[in-house]
Design a protein. Sequence first.
Length: 322
Amino acid sequence: MRDAHGAEVRFVGTARGLETKLVLELIRVGQLKNVSLATQLRTVADLPLGVLRCVELVRSFRPGVVVGVGGYASGPAMMAAILLRVPTVAYEPNAAPGLANRLVGKYVGAAAVNFPETARYFRNAVVTGVPVREAIFAVPDKVLGTQPRLLITAGSNGAKIFNETMPVIAARLLEHVLGLTIVHQTGEKALSATTEAYTNTGVDLSRIEVTAFLSNMPEQYSAADLVLARAGSTVAELPLPTAADDHQRKNAQLVVMGGGAEMLLQAELTPEILLERLTVLLTNRELLRTMSAAARAMGKPGALERIGEIVAKTASRARRKR
């Protein structure tokens, strides 16, 4: 927005995680879904104050458009913009919108969504896809060789289910899949324990790379034959059961319907089930080729530019009406 349209940008967020370092304006608002009654009551009590704070921010900054991305701060900020008749755009990457976007969806000026099925929740919705680094779209088609590679990733914090289950089945998986190598991203806190768990099984550690964090994702995707990840990643999806509105499962279902993934529900997952599915996928080269083509077909390069144009046009229309 700054480079293409000369926009001045102000971020609004809550005092949670990275937002305290990256966000310029902080408001107080909490969770309503999957939390205790006490937390819900605090959130309800804080909500009017959050909206009033956002009203002050909107009046002082006088934005041409307010973009809501569905986080905790998005609800109050978008409500304030709607009350003050400031143009709004909602961005929704999930199949099922979170509470904040559901509440404002029919009042926004426009929306950018990832899935066609999500458009019904919003006014003037456009299917744009999710902004992804162009280097990932530039990853060439995988040439399946004789040494398959499994990539396990779950964001910067890793995933407890992967860190606990993979060491249990790694030795047998390496036996079943000839030439297999594994790259396992654990998260910083779990690196030591996961490495120790692999070591204690007596598995061939020369075929396993255990790392806290992966910064070179385009290269990792390019080298991998199969990815085991949380829903929203590339090939194999493992939804997070505690996610609000169970959105990760719904995201994964749409990728599965498109033929680009298999979905394993964490509540039903056992080491034996994971071992069986990984073995089948990693030893069936034709199936991997078919899934790879389907996953690539679902990608939407240029999402960032499309979303930027929607935001710019929404602001421009409002200026012309004035």
